[in-house]
Design a protein around this ligand. Structure first.
Ligand code: B1M
Length: 213
């Protein structure tokens, strides 16, 4: 009998091949893909996020767990697409123009994915126009910006202003983060939220997307 806890445990331990095998076995036994996602993968990744937030584990462990999660999702996503299961929200994420740091951005993207969001990953060196376009033309509800350089932080302000100028400011929520970014800066530029780490970013994203409902 398929055990969702076993899958969550394998994910937490970062055992990608084991996750893959257990997910396939669960599917063979008739467990629905969305049950595996919600009761095994998201639960497991949630625990990883909490441990990371509490400094019980570090970036490498999170990346390894995320790889295990992706191994499970790679099997489940096509099946879920067939059934047209809706994500809890759509988030466009990127590191702002002039900034090539992507480790934190990727962690945030993984946590959001783990929380059930569809991710539009715009990559690094992303201009305000590209963020705006993701909302205007690609269905994004959240703009998620990361910056690691003090010199690139102003692009976050430019993006908030570009969203207002494009008339999409009310249709989306904007969240920011990255080592030099602060809540005070978020308030100053009119962003809707800031978080210190990837696990809190997932909580914040859920809260912000709920405001749009
Ligand atoms: Co660069 N770098 N770097 N670097 N780099 C820093 C950021 C720096 C602090 C190092 C230092 O001088 N002590 C410094 C910035 C100084 C400043 O502006 N105040 C710096 C510099 C100066 C530079 C260059 C200019 C160096 C040079 O060429 N002279 C250059 C810039 C290139 C560019 O971007 N145009 C550069 C280049 C690089 C590498 C390419 C070598 C490499 C990046 C590789 C990559 O990302 N693929 C690199 C690295 C690795 C670092 C350090 C060492 C580590 C950054 C990192 O990945 N941290 C960094 C020093 C440091 O931070 N100790 C440094 C781990 C990551 C998990 O944390 O990204 O903060 P972080 O993400 C966290 C949170 O901030 C949060 O969640 C994440 C997980 O908890 N978070 C969000 C992040 N985004 C979020 C978004 C959210 C919410 C939360 O909502 C949307």
């Amino acid at each position: 009998m398929a055990d969702m806890n076993l899958i969550a445990e394998a994910l937490k331990a970062g055992r990608a091949p084991k996750v893959k095998t257990l997910v396939q076995e669960a599917l063979n036994e008739g467990v629905a893909p969305e049950v595996i996602v919600n009761e095994a993968l998201i639960v497991g990744m949630g625990v990883v996020g909490e441990r990371f937030k509490n400094n019980e584990i570090y970036v490498p462990e999170v990346l390894i767990a995320a790889r295990a999660m992706n191994a499970g999702l790679a099997i489940l996503e096509p099946l879920m697409a067939e059934k047209d299961i809706q994500p809890i929200g759509v988030a466009a994420i990127g590191t702002v123009s002039g900034d090539l740091h992507d480790i934190g951005k990727n962690l945030v993207a993984m946590m959001l994915k783990g929380a059930g969001f569809k991710i539009i990953d715009l990559g690094v060196d992303v201009s305000p126009e590209k963020f705006v376009d993701a909302v205007a033309n690609q269905g994004a509800q959240l703009i998620c910006m990361s910056a690691l350089l003090t010199t690139t932080m102003p692009v976050m302000k430019d993006t908030v202003e570009a969203a207002t100028a494009a008339g999409i400011r009310d249709k989306c929520r904007i969240m920011i983060g990255g080592a030099p970014v602060t809540q005070q800066y978020a308030d100053e530029i009119g962003a809707d939220g800031y978080s210190t780490d990837a696990a809190s970013a997932a909580d914040l994203a859920k809260k912000l997307v709920a405001e749009l409902a």
